[in-house]
Design a protein around this ligand. Sequence first.
Ligand SMILES: Cc1cc2nc3c(=O)[nH]c(=O)nc-3n(C[C@H](O)[C@H](O)[C@H](O)COP(=O)(O)O)c2cc1C
Length: 363
Amino acid sequence: MKLFNLVRLGNIDIKNRVVMSPMTRNRATGNIPNKLMAEYYSQRSGAGLIITEGTSPSPDGLGYPRIPGIFSYEQIKGWQLVTEAVHNNSGKIFIQLMHTGRIGNSLNLPAEAEIIAPSEVVANGNIYTDSKGEQPYGKPRNMTRDDISNVLNEYVQAAKNSILAGFDGVEIHAANGYLINQFLDPASNIRTDEFGGDNAARNRFALDVTAAVADAIGKGRVGVRISPYGVFNDMSGNYEGIAEQYSTLAANLGKLEIAYIHLVDHSAMGAPKPEPATVELICSEFKKSGGGAVILSGGYDRDQAESDLQSGRADLIAFGRPFIANPDLVKRMLDNSALNPVDMSTFYTSEATGYTDYPTYIP
Ligand SMILES: Cc1cc2nc3c(=O)[nH]c(=O)nc-3n(C[C@H](O)[C@H](O)[C@H](O)COP(=O)(O)O)c2cc1C
């Protein structure tokens, strides 16, 4: 099967086309990666590529409790435990850079940090805090031009820190309603300067960050995750001009010759299905203009994955929840054996239970 073939991705060879999706698990007490996390990722290093949980490039991007960062010395040292453990098992690992922007609450942020976003538009909904349970999203301060340059520099520094920490590359999180997606979406971005207004202006921040990160660590070490039509974290879903906006974004990302584009489809989790024709257009524009691989994600099993690889829709397939519950997912798929069911109640707790204790197929 194509799913289990060795393949080149950007600058690296990966042992199969199975990607572990980025998944926030909230085990990074004090926002610092630890031994428990190293064990979790090492257990899953049968994946051709692991993409880590969303990791903040800035104190301001730590909107959720116990999510890791990659801006301090302690965080770099913590991540080294993870990358060493994965590399020792001949795995490859990218870090997902996620700045939460307006998706946060000051109770989750370090004392000196603040909630910032393209515009002062509060997200609808609540967010969990360790000290006071569910709380409404905080009010963001709209970013000045200086803030935009600062955050761009934070992404660049975070990418350099990631290489120091031993990562094989970085995935820029431009999906699921976090900071970069907040710039892309016309409801959360009502700016009237060169970062807001028309499609090109709303795409600018995503492209500037990607270009700067690619310049800093090499284009073959960079991927970008996007979620057109997504509604998670109070994004708009469908809106006028979305197909043009995302196909232009994909074409411009392709021109940067980055390693991959990674598309989210959360319809298996109850979200609207991304328009198939637009998804196809995004992928073809990305490749046509010089981009690398296409990763598709969301609701895959082994047979659907193989079918989308065979048809050429995708070059790699990412699996999320199946990897939470099955540390040896690749082996199980190879043998076509049964999968453990996933326990949602332990997704975001702070314990080893539901994290590193899922049974392997052959103990
Ligand atoms: C517990 C959990 C945490 C997640 N955290 C992230 C994240 O940090 N970054 C991200 O891009 N997607 C995140 N996602 C979305 C997954 O990457 C993936 O797109 C989604 O689970 C659908 O794939 P699946 O059907 O294979 O699970 C998360 C999903 C779950 C279940």
